[in-house]
Design a protein around this ligand. Structure first.
Ligand code: MF3
Ligand code: CO
Ligand code: CO
Length: 297
C-alpha cells in the first residue's frame, strides 16, 4: 500500500492530525508543518510510525495466515486435561516447522513461545503445569516472525461447554474487538477505536483493562502507535492508509483492575473475575481496513 500524502484530506472540523484532540481549524490548520503533504513525515518523525508498503503488507499477511493456522491447530488439540505447556510445545514446533520464529520466546525475558491465559489471567500467561479443565476459558496469543515480518493474533477458546459467565465474557470480548475494528478508516482517530470498545463493553456491564494496549506491528513486535481500548471520540492521531496496528481489547467480567504475579509477566484480575481477549492485526486502507489476520467475530 503506497501512502499518497497529497491525497490525505483533513476537514476543518475534523480532529487535528497532530493528535491534540482539538479541531483542525482551531489547531494546526494554518501551520505549515501539518499541511497534508507533510503529514507522512510528521507521523514518521514525531510519532515514529512506520508506514507499510505493498510488499511489507504482503509479508505481514502471509505471516498472519501462518498465525491463524497455528490457532486452528491449537484449537483442534484443546481438551480438558492438557497443560498450558503442551500448548506451548504445539505452537513452538508448528511455528518452526513452517519456517518461522515465535516472537514471544526471550522477548524481554519472556521464557516461552506463546502466551496462554486461563480464566482470571488477563494476558501474558506463561505456559506451565496448569491443567485445563472443563468450562475454562483460555486465550492463546501467537506472534510468528516470518521472513522478518510480524503478525499478532489471539483468540479465547472455551474448554467443553461454558458456564453462563464464561459464555458472556467471551462473547463481549469478541464483540468488543468487532466494535473497535468497525471504527478503522482514514480520517477517524485512534481514540475513536477505544471509545467504541469502551462504550460497548461497559454497556454490557463489563470493564476494559487499561494497562495494556494495542500497538503498531509488522517490522517489529511492538511499534508506535499505542492503541488504547478506552477513550474519547476524536482523541489521538488520525488514521492513514498504510498504518498497521493491533486491536486487542482485554475485557473483565468484574472490575478493570489487575495485578502482576511474582513471575513479573502474568496479569490477573485483581478481583479474580474472568477476563477474555481477542486480537487481530489491522491495516488501514484507502476505504476502511483489511484484517491481516482475519477471522469471524
Ligand atoms: N502478543 C502480545 C501482544 O498482543 C505480547 C506478548 S509479549 C510476550 O502484544 F513477551 F509476553 F510474549
Ligand atoms: Co498485540
Ligand atoms: Co498478541
Amino acid at each position: 500500500m503506497k501512502l499518497k500524502p497529497a491525497e490525505i484530506k483533513v476537514g476543518r472540523n475534523d480532529p487535528c492530525p497532530c493528535g491534540s484532540g482539538r479541531k483542525y481549524k482551531k489547531c494546526c490548520l494554518d501551520k505549515e508543518q501539518t499541511k497534508p503533504a507533510n503529514l507522512r513525515d510528521i507521523y514518521t518523525s514525531k510519532y515514529k510510525i512506520k508506514f507499510k508498503e505493498s510488499q511489507d503488507i504482503d509479508g505481514i499477511r502471509t505471516c498472519g495466515r501462518l498465525a491463524l493456522a497455528t490457532l486452528d491447530m491449537v484449537q483442534e488439540n484443546l481438551q480438558s486435561g492438557i497443560t498450558t505447556d503442551a500448548i506451548n510445545t504445539l505452537v513452538h514446533d508448528y511455528t518452526i516447522k513452517n519456517g518461522a520464529t515465535p516472537a514471544p520466546l526471550h522477548y524481554r525475558g519472556f521464557p516461552k513461545s506463546v502466551c496462554v491465559s486461563v480464566n482470571e489471567v488477563i494476558c501474558h500467561g506463561i505456559p506451565g503445569e496448569r491443567v485445563l479443565q472443563e468450562g475454562d476459558i483460555v486465550n492463546v496469543d501467537v506472534t510468528p516472525i516470518l521472513k522478518g515480518y510480524y503478525a499478532d493474533v489471539n483468540k479465547t477458546f472455551i474448554i467443553g461447554s461454558p458456564g453462563e459467565d464464561a459464555a458472556k465474557i467471551v462473547k463481549v470480548a469478541r464483540k468488543s474487538l468487532k466494535a473497535g475494528m468497525s471504527m478503522v478508516q482514514p480520517g477517524n482517530t485512534i481514540g475513536d477505536i477505544g471509545w467504541a470498545i469502551q462504550r460497548y463493553a461497559e454497556s454490557k456491564g463489563c470493564s476494559v483493562v487499561r494497562e495494556f494496549v494495542g500497538h503498531g506491528v509488522g517490522f517489529d513486535f511492538h511499534e508506535a502507535p499505542q492503541v488504547p481500548h478506552f477513550g474519547r471520540k476524536g482523541e489521538g492521531i488520525v488514521l492513514f492508509p498504510g498504518m498497521v496496528f493491533t486491536i486487542e481489547p482485554m475485557i473483565n467480567l468484574g472490575a478493570r483492575h489487575l495485578k502482576i504475579l511474582e513471575d513479573k509477566w502474568t496479569a490477573v484480575t485483581k478481583d479474580g473475575s474472568l477476563s477474555a481477549q481477542f486480537e487481530q492485526t489491522i491495516l488501514v486502507t484507502e476505504n476502511g481496513f483489511e484484517s491481516l489476520t482475519p477471522y469471524d467475530l
